[in-house]
Design a protein around this ligand. Structure first.
Ligand code: BG6
Length: 508
């Protein structure tokens, strides 16, 4: 392995980022899993790093009859369990002072009216002003109810009526299919301006996912090769070791295609496949991503059966909350073609699944074979493996290039070797938590890492026929927990004369 040096640990930021303005953040679904596992630990991390606005308050909104004290103590346990930094009792006590709780029924306008009053009267030794960030961490079925009430009670401001801002973060999945996504988009856009809507996909907050564009466009040597002339195919894998854990009823409604492919993997694919944006601003980047989604080759019914493999891990039906007659996939592999000049004829193979051999998310760019083998002997030539560039999103975040090298010695022999960059080794610190980055961006009003309405709809346009085909009997193949998915997935590449990259359990 080759060591990589970070030449400057604290380079001058290309895009300096200001501390956000004072604001209050209201979390709907405050007693749920997302709040305790991700949102509060991320906010606590931001607090420790002094990145939160100078004046900031958090209000949890949920149905449960909790006092603010009970709510804080419940969050304290979550931060101890799920936080990434060493828990510090004194710091926590300071952080807890900015947390409040508001009990209410999501469907009851009076609960929003009293929330409004509370926000208006909020005192915390400093002025949070009227800036408001609302986070919808509720089940998706409540999105319209909450947004309708926020609008009805004027908790969100119509655009340009005031200098203060109000923004709404909406968790994925945004809709269940194309029709419901369109409906939700039109409901939300009738009440909020697009620049107030933050459709969150936490994959975009991952440092390694953000680095895809920097890697592609801050280096001169990769981009000339980034096309059909040099790339044979691309594999994008998101394997999880965990099963659906305690989320049986949520997951059974969603399945891997709605929970992972339509959003996380399509976002990563768009960043890999997009053209160079005209600038590094939110809309130019999002414009280019949308073009990729618009160029996806639409599949006829019989093509879907050829290009999609769905699976379910053994034992899934025994999970609490899963319906006995469930047909929800926990694994899916897709062959996706992009109809444009850059990618014509280059398959993108995507796979995601739960209960697999290990937790790995990575992109493997497989380059073409050399056009002619110089080394004469059949044995040598057969051992020449094509170059592969691996972008490792997690864990062991890094980038690796495989190339052929002469094995030392008198005889001519060639072996594949790896050139390897690892974030932790190069920069000596862990990559930041994705939710922390996205929350701070939403407070700043930076939408670059959030999905725009057209992108969400284009992704559903491609995915919805696959969901329909699943409902009408696309086979659901079983696979063993701890395996690399259903054996049938191998045929997806096998029939093209290719093979999946091994899901490597540990370090690269
Ligand atoms: C979530 C999905 O969006 O992402 C979960 O709902 C999944 O099912 C999770 O486990 C994976 O996130 P990460 O950051 O651990 O890869």
């Amino acid at each position: 392995m080759t060591a990589v040096t970070a030449f400057s640990e604290n380079p001058v930021p290309a895009l300096p980022r200001a501390r956000p303005e004072p604001c209050v953040m209201v979390i709907f679904g405050a007693s749920g899993d997302l709040t305790k596992r991700k949102l509060i630990p991320a906010l606590y991390e931001l607090f420790l790093d002094k990145q939160l606005p100078k004046c900031f308050r958090i209000v949890g909104f949920a149905r449960s009859e909790n006092s603010a004290e009970e709510f804080r103590s419940h969050l304290r346990d979550s931060v101890r369990e799920f936080g990434r930094k060493v828990f510090d009792e004194k710091e926590w006590a300071k952080f807890a002072e900015i947390i409040d709780y508001h009990q209410g029924d999501y469907t009851d306008p009076a609960a929003y009216a009293s929330l409004k009053k509370r926000l208006e009267e909020m005192e915390c030794g400093c002025s949070v002003g009227d800036n408001r960030l609302f986070y919808l961490a509720t089940p998706p079925s409540l999105y319209e109810t909450v947004i309708g009430n926020l609008h009805g009670e004027k908790l969100v401001y119509p655009k340009k009526e005031t200098d203060s801002w109000s923004r709404v973060i909406i968790e994925k999945p945004f809709g269940r299919d194309l029709d419901s996504a369109r409906e939700l988009n039109s409901f939300v856009r009738a009440r909020l301006h697009e620049n107030q809507i933050y459709r969150i996909d936490h994959y975009l907050g991952k440092e390694t996912v953000q680095n895809i564009l920097v890697f592609r466009f801050a280096n001169a040597i990769f981009e000339p090769l980034w096309n059909r002339n040099h790339i044979d195919h691309v594999q994008i894998t998101a394997a999880e070791k965990i099963g659906v854990e305690g989320r049986g009823s949520f997951y059974d409604e969603a399945g891997v295609i709605r929970d992972f492919l339509q959003n996380h993997l399509f976002e990563v694919m768009s960043l890999i496949a997009m053209e160079q944006p005209v600038s590094f601003q939110a809309d130019p980047i999002r414009d280019e991503k949308v073009k990729v989604l618009r160029s996806l080759h639409r599949q006829f019914d019989d093509e879907i059966a050829e290009n999609v493999v769905a699976g379910r891990y053994d034992g899934y039906l025994d999970v609490k909350g899963v319906k006995p007659d469930s047909r929800t996939p926990t694994y899916a592999a897709l062959k996706v073609m992009i109809d444009n000049w850059r990618w014509q004829g280059v398959p993108f193979y995507l796979r995601a699944g739960k209960s697999l051999v290990s937790r790995v998310t990575e992109v493997n760019i497989h380059f073409r074979r050399i056009p002619f083998c110089l080394f004469g002997q059949e044995e040598v030539c057969q051992r020449l493996e094509p170059n592969v560039l691996t972008i490792r999103i997690q864990p062991d975040e890094g980038i690796r290039l495989r190339f052929g090298c002469k094995t030392p010695g008198d005889n001519l022999a060639v072996s594949p070797v790896l050139m390897d960059f690892n974030y932790a080794e190069a920069f000596g610190r862990e990559t930041p938590e994705a939710y922390a980055r996205l929350l701070i961006d939403a407070m700043r009003g930076d939408q670059t890492l959030f999905s725009r309405s057209d992108a969400v709809e284009h992704a559903w346009t491609y995915i919805t026929p696959i969901l329909r085909k699943l409902e009408s009997g696309l086979p659901l193949h079983g696979y063993k927990t701890g395996s690399d998915g259903p054996v049938e997935a191998a045929q997806l590449l096998g029939k093209d004369g290719r093979a999946w990259d091994r899901i490597v359990p540990d370090k690269l």
